[in-house]
Design a protein around this ligand. Structure first.
Ligand SMILES: *[C@@H]1O[C@H](CO)[C@@H](O)[C@H](O)[C@H]1NC(C)=O
Ligand SMILES: *[C@@H]1O[C@H](CO)[C@@H](O)[C@H](O)[C@H]1NC(C)=O
Ligand SMILES: *[C@@H]1O[C@H](CO)[C@@H](O)[C@H](O)[C@H]1NC(C)=O
Ligand SMILES: *[C@@H]1O[C@H](CO)[C@@H](O)[C@H](O)[C@H]1NC(C)=O
Ligand SMILES: *[C@@H]1O[C@H](CO)[C@@H](O)[C@H](O)[C@H]1NC(C)=O
Ligand SMILES: *[C@@H]1O[C@H](CO)[C@@H](O)[C@H](O)[C@H]1NC(C)=O
Ligand SMILES: *[C@@H]1O[C@H](CO)[C@@H](O)[C@H](O)[C@H]1NC(C)=O
Ligand SMILES: *[C@@H]1O[C@H](CO)[C@@H](O)[C@H](O)[C@H]1NC(C)=O
Ligand SMILES: *[C@@H]1O[C@H](CO)[C@@H](O)[C@H](O)[C@H]1NC(C)=O
Ligand SMILES: *[C@@H]1O[C@H](CO)[C@@H](O)[C@H](O)[C@H]1NC(C)=O
Ligand SMILES: *[C@@H]1O[C@H](CO)[C@@H](O)[C@H](O)[C@H]1NC(C)=O
Length: 467
């Protein structure tokens, strides 16, 4: 022990040096911000801390990386009267947290235990650290979050449980976390969200439960989360949303359900989400939307339904009360039948409509314009539109100062080039039944074969182009 007590004594005599080596493994660094010293160790064992006698009066941070601390109990850190605020114990082979493991650190604000093998946690592990604000347990091996584990952490703000093997949250798992704002449960093995699981988290703002295996969400799963703003459920196995499931989430702004297996939107699935601005349902298997499927989404601005399996799509899902909806993503579906009820009301907020990568050969563009008169840009690249409709629609929207795109880059020039090409190809196909392959169409004689009809069509948009 004398080995590292000596340099400290020297330090005391010579005045405080910025960095002092205690041993080969540990050093004390004075923090430039003036909030105290940092004790930084690596590759030490539990034994080291048991025998540690240097005063921690001025130490606000202790860090141990690559250490060997298999079990942490109330004697692991036998420090009296310290003011340590931050404790980092990363990559230190921790497997077990016992009762009162950190109870000597009564001033602790931040506790980082990531990249260990923690799989055994006593329900009193976090007792006596009532001032804790951040707890990072990510990259461990926790399987069940037991009742009352965090019940003394009344001011905890951030709880990170990412990358464990959590498959079950006991009913009182989050008891006491009345001030928690951020909860991370990404990359775990949850298959359901149970009845009122989050009921204690009345101040939660952000909830991440991505990359799990959630199939089932209990109708009352989100009870009490009235302050939640962001809910991320991407990359799970959700195939069904029950009615009013999200109803308690009256402050939710962003709901992300990408990469799930939802096939149908039920009536009132999202009812109650009166603050929601962004709804991501892309990368699912959606084929249909029941009547009133999106009812209640009065603040919605962006609705993303791209990369689903729609064939028939009715734009009447955009209801009158969705009067803030500005962007509708419908690309990468199989839509060949886009319908609009001519009796439905005007919808004045929609500015952008993406229908690229679908299978449209006809579009009632006049009705589209009537119903959505504030449109600014419409994307149609990679559909099955023919020359006539493309040119007519282009000219129609041009008069209304609406941009219509037939190519991915959406440049005026490439759009007109693309139309010209399609029209020439069509003309060739119609006039030369023997020339059907693209190869011959791309031959050098295209201009000679253009006929008068095509010329007129091309002339009409070239003319508009110039005005
Ligand atoms: C860690 O300590 C052990 C002995 O306790 C030693 O064998 C090993 O080389 C040390 N590793 C490093 C990276 O210092
Ligand atoms: C832990 O060990 C790895 C590799 O031996 C090294 O890169 C890393 O800096 C060490 N971390 C700490 C906190 O000592
Ligand atoms: C989705 O989650 C699985 C684990 O459930 C993971 O292996 C995969 O990488 C995730 N995919 C994405 C795109 O994040
Ligand atoms: C589209 O969604 C499927 C899952 O439904 C996914 O595998 C694929 O990667 C997605 N495509 C893109 C471009 O994101
Ligand atoms: C599209 O609508 C037609 C007519 O209502 C129906 O016969 C067809 O099954 C629908 N296609 C899909 C994929 O729902
Ligand atoms: C496109 O629609 C046609 C019918 O209009 C259908 O025969 C064809 O299979 C569809 N193609 C794709 C890729 O969905
Ligand atoms: C297109 O959809 C409408 C309403 O969804 C349906 O009445 C019509 O039959 C469908 N047309 C085709 C060709 O599937
Ligand atoms: C065009 O859409 C079809 C399916 O509708 C898809 O298979 C193809 O990859 C798309 N092409 C491009 C260039 O995106
Ligand atoms: C389109 O824009 C031009 C010039 O910016 C303007 O004179 C014209 O009135 C606009 N047309 C419509 C239908 O808004
Ligand atoms: C449009 O394309 C033509 C031919 O490719 C080119 O000469 C012209 O400069 C382009 N104009 C613009 C504005 O990009
Ligand atoms: C030009 O093409 C149209 C169809 O696009 C065809 O009906 C007409 O006969 C063609 N005219 C000539 C002179 O080939």
């Amino acid at each position: 022990m004398a080995k590292w007590i000596l340099p400290v004594v020297i330090m005391a005599i010579l005045g405080r040096a910025p960095t002092t080596e205690l041993t080969k493994e540990c050093k004390i660094t004075e923090n430039k911000m003036g909030n105290g010293d940092q004790l930084m160790c690596s590759n030490v064992t539990t034994y080291f801390f048991r025998k540690y006698t240097v005063s921690l009066d001025k130490t606000y941070l202790i860090s141990c990386g690559n250490c060997t601390l298999p079990t942490i109990d109330e004697n692991t850190f036998p420090f009296e009267n310290n003011h340590v605020n931050i404790l980092y114990l990363v990559k230190s082979q921790i497997r077990m947290l016992k009762k009162s493991a950190f109870s000597r650190f009564s001033s602790l604000r931040v506790l980082v235990l990531r990249h260990n093998n923690i799989d055994n946690v006593d329900s009193k592990s976090f007792s006596s650290i009532k001032r804790l604000i951040q707890l990072d347990l990510s990259h461990n091996n926790i399987k069940i979050v037991i009742n009352d584990l965090f019940s003394e952490l009344e001011v905890l703000d951030i709880l990170d449980l990412n990358r464990n093997n959590i498959f079950y949250l006991q009913p009182q798992a989050f008891n006491g976390l009345i001030n928690l704002k951020y909860l991370y449960l990404n990359d775990n093995s949850l298959s359901k969200l149970e009845d009122k699981t989050f009921r204690y988290l009345i101040n939660l703002k952000i909830l991440h439960i991505q990359n799990n295996n959630i199939l089932e969400i209990h109708p009352l799963a989100f009870v009490n989360l009235k302050n939640l703003n962001f809910l991320y459920l991407n990359n799970n196995s959700i195939n069904y949303l029950v009615q009013y499931n999200f109803q308690p989430l009256s402050s939710l702004v962003d709901l992300q359900l990408r990469f799930n297996k939802i096939q149908e939107i039920q009536t009132s699935s999202f009812n109650g989400l009166k603050s929601l601005r962004n709804l991501l349902l892309r990368d699912n298997e959606l084929k249909s939307i029941k009547r009133y499927g999106f009812v209640g989404l009065n603040s919605l601005e962006i609705l993303d339904l791209a990369n689903n399996s729609f064939q028939n799509f009715s734009l009447d899902v955009v209801t009158d009360d969705m009067n803030k909806l500005s962007i509708l993503w419908l690309g990468k579906n199989f839509i060949n039948n886009l319908t609009i009820d001519y009796k439905s009301d005007l919808h004045k907020s929609l500015h952008y409509l993406d229908l690229s990568d679908n299978n449209l050969s006809i579009v009632n563009y006049k009705l589209l314009h009537n119903k959505f008169p504030s449109m600014k840009e419409i994307y149609f690249s990679n559909n099955s539109l023919g020359c006539d409709i493309m040119v007519n629609m282009y000219n129609f929207f041009k008069k209304e100062n609406i941009t219509v795109c037939y190519t991915e880059d959406c440049k005026r020039n490439s759009t007109t080039h693309f139309m010209t090409r399609i029209c020439k190809e069509e003309s060739l196909r119609e006039n030369n039944n023997d020339i059907t392959t693209e190869y011959t169409i791309k031959g050098s004689t295209i201009s000679l074969r253009s006929n008068w009809t095509i010329f007129m069509i091309l002339f009409s948009f070239n003319f508009l182009e110039c005005t």
